[in-house]
Design a protein around this ligand. Structure first.
Ligand code: C2O
Length: 546
């Protein structure tokens, strides 16, 4: 196994998109940031130097971080932020994961521009469980604001309103031909006729689930979230923010230029969303050259309608693990968490400029009626490790405080969560099941729920209220997919299982950044086991302090 050393310099860099040049926070001046390539079993040592004017941390999305929670990255959860002028070295080993993950800033909305791919090749001396593709191409789907994203969220937080939606989607940082001032920089993937390309598709967008397709071609899905899946074919895939999907695509069409395209899967009824389409080009090397001065437009694909929940859910429920699974068949912790939005009434006498949600309210979001609050003087992991009292409590409820019709009309008194830093404590080795139940408080929508430090099995998903009498019969205990981010269907539920074998403090949150901002998160505190190999390592000496 190898050790890979990298330097990440966080810095402001001028980036031109949609006709405007903006000072943009990047890694090493690159947007998107560098692609890191490793083999399963390798160690990464990444020194992050902060030369920007914002606090920053980097999260290695989906990396299990066995016993190395200190390197996970979410600000105020596992570390204090790296202050302007500071640095921190992340050191961790990839253990057992193969496929595509990614990295991103985990501080305010910086991840809008601070992100990149993490490609994990098979362990040295082993190969893919599918024929080796001729080429591999990371495809990073993103969202671009024609504004400073930090200003966009600060403004929304100040007023209690929903933040502005993005102005463009991007493929590898480029909006593509359908946007103003963009076509000269459209991303082009060159292919030879007959060859197969492994597209490593990542949804790095902030707030939007996305459909992705390539005109006239079919995908064979072979992996997701750095786990192999039983291959299946589809012409369109859907990814929630945080999710990755590996697909094989064979250049078996007449030599020409074909668009690949992504646009929103927007499940919240009536809520505004960015309704634009980003494109890149799949270009056969043998495509006929246009006569001088003649423009041949690539073939445009058709994408599902923005509200096509049937297509989205058919896709997300098609995944089956390709490798032997170790699903716990007994459970020690039977948890039921609601995931959804809410509204806070404005305090009497508050100025109307600070309550610009619907009818003079402020947006909020919660799990089991607790809207998660980050600490500010210590990270949760540090407070836990050093036994510092008063930073968090461990009374996060195992089930919702009141039972109600989660997907029906709900009385106004249930709209307001409490705000607190509550953790749920897990014994080392506990076998955990969580029903993630979407609610329709204020609005119903699909939530991509991400758990740090773990992969979990998704046993089933469905619509309506989860029914323990009948829905347990739908559990797949044979070959459920192993993922780090579950798309909880709109007005529906997902059931996940994992074994708490990684000590530390691990945040679980909706990967729509606007929902984290509103509190759609909680954290697990996983205790050490008895042996040294079951215990959290000591913190690195350069761990940033608050
Ligand atoms: Cu990719 Cu906590 O996030």
């Amino acid at each position: 196994a190898k050790i890979h050393n990298h330097d990440f310099v966080i810095q402001a860099t001028p980036v031109k998109r949609l006709c405007n040049t903006r000072s943009t926070i990047t890694v090493n001046g690159q947007f998107p940031g560098p692609t890191l390539e490793v083999n399963n079993g390798d160690t990464l040592v990444v020194k992050v130097v902060n030369r920007a004017q914002y606090n920053v941390t980097i999260h290695w999305h989906g990396v299990r971080q066995m016993r190395t929670a200190w390197a996970d990255g979410p600000e105020f959860i596992t570390q204090c932020p790296i202050r302007p002028g500071g640095s921190y070295t992340y050191r961790f080993t990839i253990q057992g994961q193969e496929g595509t993950l990614w990295w991103h800033a985990h501080s305010s909305w910086l991840r809008a521009t601070v992100y990149g791919a993490l490609v994990i090749h098979p362990k040295e001396g082993t190969s893919y469980p599918f024929p080796k593709p001729k080429r591999e191409t990371p495809i990073l789907l993103g969202e671009w604001w024609d504004a400073n994203p930090i200003d966009v969220i600060r403004q929304a937080t100040r007023t209690g309103a929903a933040p502005n939606v993005s102005d463009a989607y991007t493929i590898n940082g480029q909006p593509g031909d359908l946007y103003k001032c963009s076509s000269q920089d459209t991303m082009i993937v060159h292919v030879d006729s007959g060859e197969t390309n492994l597209l490593r598709v990542i949804n790095a967008g902030l707030n939007q689930q996305l459909f992705f397709t390539v005109a006239n071609h079919k995908f064979t899905v072979v992996g997701a979230d750095a786990s192999y899946v039983k291959p299946f074919t589809t012409s369109v895939i859907m990814l929630g923010p945080g999710q990755t999907t590996d697909v094989l695509i064979t250049a078996n069409q007449p030599p020409a230029r074909y668009y690949m395209a992504a646009r929103a899967y927007a499940s919240a009824q009536g809520a505004p969303f960015d309704n634009t389409t980003t494109t890149a080009i799949l270009e056969y090397k043998a495509a006929p050259c246009p006569a001088k001065g003649v423009k041949i437009n690539p073939v445009l694909p058709s994408l599902p309608a923005f509200n096509d929940t049937a297509s989205a859910t058919t896709f997300t429920s098609s995944f089956r693990s390709a490798r032997k699974v170790e699903v716990p068949t007994e459970i020690d912790e039977n948890l039921f968490f609601t995931v959804g939005l809410g509204l806070n009434n404005c305090p009497a006498g508050a100025s109307s400029s600070s309550c610009q949600g619907p009818n003079g309210t402020r947006f909020t979001a919660s799990m089991n009626n607790v809207s998660f609050v980050l600490p500010s003087n210590f990270s949760l992991l540090q407070a836990h490790h050093q036994g510092i009292p008063g930073v968090f409590s461990t009374d996060f409820p195992a089930v919702p405080p009141v039972k109600f019709d989660y997907t029906g009309n709900v009385s106004r008194s249930l709209w307001q969560p409490i705000s607190a830093t509550k953790l749920y404590k897990l014994r080392y080795g506990a076998r955990v099941q969580i029903v993630l139940q979407g609610t329709s408080i204020f609005t119903a929508e699909n939530h991509p729920i991400h758990l740090h430090g773990y992969d979990f099995y998704i046993l089933a998903e469905g619509f309506g209220n989860f029914n323990p009498q009948t829905d347990t019969a739908k559990f797949n205990l044979v070959d459920p997919p192993l993922r780090n981010t579950a798309s909880v269907p709109v007005n529906g539920w997902s059931v996940i299982r994992f074994v708490a074998d990684n000590p530390g403090v691990w945040i679980m949150h909706c990967h729509l950044d606007v929902h984290i901002t509103w509190g759609l998160a909680m954290a697990f505190l996983v205790e050490n086991g008895v042996t040294e190999l079951e215990a959290l390592e000591e913190p690195p000496v350069d761990l940033p302090v608050c």
